[in-house]
Design a protein around this ligand. Structure first.
Ligand SMILES: [Zn+2]
Length: 214
């Protein structure tokens, strides 16, 4: 029997409490870092895993999700990937940290621009790109269909949704994207950009904004 169980590790960065998700194949020794924040623990965990970092994957360009890009790229020589429509804001996003009263590190530019349907191989697994604009114009999620996992950044949270009132946010597009998200199977686990993970079924039943997207 094929061992499906992937390596999944959350590293939280402060003060924004942003989730970086490390996702990898234990057998093939490959992993990706999704939304690296500013914690040194991310690099420590990658080294502990002992495999190859094949990509630095960003769901969107907000500073708290990309401020670890520079460190990881320099240390592991991995390419930075982000949605095509958020890429123009990537290297400037650290400036918005000032709005939150914190200092942040600029990201290098992207090495690969992703659009709907693009695929990233991580050992035996495949992350498929799904576009979910709204929180930002180019927010993307990474979907592992075989395992039923979705890394969705700030699209949705456990009984919450991403802010649409920040610069370039759009409530109409957020609603359309959440509607699109609800077409995924019930049992899909959603790994969120902040807070605890959730499932499609749980949010369909319990999300306080459900009337806007069901
Ligand atoms: Zn965000």
């Amino acid at each position: 029997m094929v061992e499906k169980k992937p390596f999944i590790k959350r590293v939280v960065s402060y003060p924004i409490e942003e989730n970086c998700w490390l996702f990898g194949d234990r057998e093939k020794r490959e992993l990706v870092a999704i939304d690296p924040g500013n914690s040194n623990k991310i690099a420590e965990q990658i080294e502990k895993f002992g495999g190859e970092l094949v990509a630095i994957c960003c769901t969107h360009s907000h500073f708290d999700h990309v401020e670890g890009n520079k460190l990881l790229k320099e240390r592991f020589s991995a390419p930075i990937m982000i949605g095509k429509y958020d890429a123009p804001y990537l290297t400037e996003s650290y400036k918005s940290a000032e709005l939150f009263g914190v200092k942040s590190v600029a990201s290098p530019p992207a090495d690969r621009l992703l659009v709907e349907g693009d695929k990233i191989k991580v050992g035996r697994y495949t992350l498929e790109v799904i576009e979910y604009p709204g929180h930002t114009p180019g927010l993307i999620a990474f979907y592992e269909r075989w395992l039923g996992l979705l890394f969705a950044g700030d699209l949705i949270f456990y009984e919450g949704i991403g802010r649409f009132d920040l610069p370039r946010g759009d409530f109409q597009k957020t609603k359309e994207s959440l509607h699109k998200l609800m077409r995924l199977p019930d049992e899909v686990t959603i790994f969120t950009g902040h807070g605890e993970k959730t499932t499609v079924a749980h949010e369909r039943m319990h999300n306080p904004f459900r009337e806007h997207f069901l």
